[in-house]
Design a protein around this ligand. Structure first.
Ligand SMILES: [Zn+2]
Length: 123
């Protein structure tokens, strides 16, 4: 598994204090030797950050402000809401679970709710 394939707690532990991508916050691979330190994990992050900063500059926004479409924001909120509901369900399910199959079913539901967010993070 590549480092960029790690998710969640594993990625945080692996990241330590390492620098992160300016766009997606994924930990950056160390690069030895001369040259400027990397700021992005991949070209698509560099491009998205550039586009966001250009849009912000066109509208006179601060560097810390970005513009999202309403649809992007609503999709993110929807996915977070689904995940929050799943966490609540799974907490209850795990408290009542009496066998491994029930634990497995609870975790499957949690993963199902979380996967769209993971896909967003990997875009
Ligand atoms: Zn990135």
């Amino acid at each position: 598994m590549t480092e960029s394939g790690l998710v969640g707690a594993a990625a945080r532990v692996a990241a330590g204090d390492r620098p992160r991508c300016c766009w997606c916050q994924r930990p950056l691979a160390r690069r030895e030797g001369p040259g400027r330190p990397r700021r992005y994990c991949r070209q698509s992050c560099r491009q998205r950050d550039y586009e966001a900063r250009r849009r912000a500059a066109e509208r006179g926004l601060d560097e810390k402000e970005i513009i999202l479409t309403r649809a992007e924001l609503e999709q993110l909120r929807d996915r977070l809401w689904v995940l929050a509901c799943a966490v609540e369900d799974v907490e209850g399910d795990l408290a009542r679970a009496e066998d491994p199959a029930e634990v497995r079913a609870a975790l499957d539901w949690l993963l199902e709710a979380a996967r769209p967010l993971r896909a967003d993070a990997e875009r």
